[in-house]
Write a protein that binds this ligand. Structure first.
Ligand code: PMP
Length: 403
């Protein structure tokens, strides 16, 4: 399937340092197929206006396209109600919305906020700040050397009570998929809300958010083959009911008087100001494009290629692949004996190979693993076995130059 798919991604035919690009950084951001770029261009050229505001024809077209994208997202999340799907600028904003709006309303002095120790800074820092504002306690959920949450320790932590549990669907640092449904059921049994960071987990198969047990689920469009500047926050109706508006301004009101303001129903209530209209349309196009490729085919392709990557890494002398738990999204974090990950990344770059190096915005995760940084190779729908072969050959070059 992959030549035909790759041909739809103009960015993948780039050359870097005179070599064909090998893109192993999909977990940081994914390139976009022509279907997405075209949808945004066509919308800008033929149907562009501000949404929800005008009575004129272009406003009607733009609003229909924007709301159509919301319907695409609702279908992607497991046929949820479109009213529960709020557009944001990305996972980071979605998670801040929950921490600011829900957190500030519900956290009290002495409340406990349980956040996975493996999580991205976007899932940790907003809650650290919310806990500070409320006088609440931020507690880390520990994980094992396999990058799997320690459910026994988690159960013990829950015994001390929790207002909210924050966990990713899948780890961007190590690639493990967390047992979210189980962790959510455990959290709910002590009355805690569950916030799921779906930035990585949503990309490799439609997340059926309600079945996962999430109360809030956040994702970013740019990792899902859509544009930057667009993300999603879904919440259960009862969780939305407990969440006051986050940003205030136009579009989110019903009536404004100097004596007081009333707010629109959701989703408008949480979408103050002019939203990222073209970006939402691009995200809708990305979801339709993925559906066109077929999720079963995508999952089969990525699963096979992940096994190929992991087997290949195990053949590289002096390489330690970190956080080997299963199930996984298609990425691996590793270190080479005696060589700093940034040097690994720089030499690979000269070979045309793009990987991510550093702490992956997960410093507590790295610290718990006794590392400051790793090299991360991540795959996506556009990846091919040749990318993995190129990585292995590139790592041999790294070893020759620096080892
Ligand atoms: N959480 C996870 C697990 C991520 O991988 C990322 C992106 N690296 C984020 C949150 C933040 O996403 P964004 O930068 O798109 O807001």
């Amino acid at each position: 399937m992959n030549d035909a798919i790759r041909a739809q991604f103009p960015a993948l035919s780039a050359t870097v340092h005179g070599r064909p690009l090998v893109w192993l950084d999909s977990a940081a951001t994914a390139h976009k197929p022509m279907a997405v770029l075209d949808a945004m261009n066509v919308a800008a050229a033929t149907s562009y206006a501000n949404v929800h505001r005008g009575v004129h024809e272009l406003a009607v077209r733009a609003t229909a396209a924007y709301e159509g994208a919301r319907a695409d997202v609702a279908r992607f999340l497991g046929d949820v109600d479109v009213r529960d799907v709020v557009f944001t600028r990305g996972t980071t904003e979605s998670l801040n919305l929950v921490a600011r709006a829900w957190g500030d309303r519900h956290l009290r002095a002495g409340s406990r906020v349980l956040v996975g120790q493996m999580e991205h800074h976007s899932a940790i820092v907003p809650w650290q700040e919310a806990a500070k504002r409320a006088g609440a306690e931020l507690v880390a959920i520990p994980f094992t050397a396999d990058a799997v949450y320690d459910l026994e320790r988690y159960a013990q932590l829950l015994e001390g009570g929790a207002a909210v549990v924050v966990v990713a669907h899948a780890s961007n640092a190590f690639g493990t998929v967390h047992p979210v449904a189980k962790m959510a059921a455990m959290a709910h049994s002590v009355g805690a809300k569950v916030v799921v960071d779906g930035a990585q987990g949503a990309v490799h198969g439609p997340p059926r958010v309600a079945e996962l047990g999430a109360d809030f689920y956040a994702l970013s469009g740019h990792k899902l083959y859509g544009p930057t500047g667009i993300g999603v926050l879904w919440a259960r109706p009862d969780a939305w009911e407990e969440t006051p508006p986050f940003l205030h301004g136009g579009e989110m009101i019903r009536s404004v008087r100097f004596s007081g303001t009333t707010y629109a129903d959701r989703p408008a209530r949480y979408e103050a100001g002019t939203p990222p209209i073209l970006e939402a349309i691009g995200l809708g196009a990305a979801i339709r494009w993925l559906e066109g490729v077929g999720w079963n085919a995508i999952v089969a392709h990525e699963t096979g290629l992940t096994a190929y990557l992991l087997d290949a890494l195990d053949t590289v002398p002096g390489l330690t692949w970190i956080g080997r738990g299963a199930p996984r999204v298609p990425l691996a974090s590793f270190v080479l004996d005696g060589i700093h990950p940034h040097d690994v990344g720089s030499v690979l770059d000269r070979e045309g190979i793009a990987v991510r190096t550093g702490h992956h915005c997960a410093q507590p995760a790295m610290e718990a693993m006794g590392r400051v940084a790793t090299t991360r190779a991540s795959l996506g729908v556009t990846s091919v076995p040749g990318d993995v072969d190129a990585l292995v050959a590139g790592l041999a070059v790294v070893r020759r130059r620096l080892g």
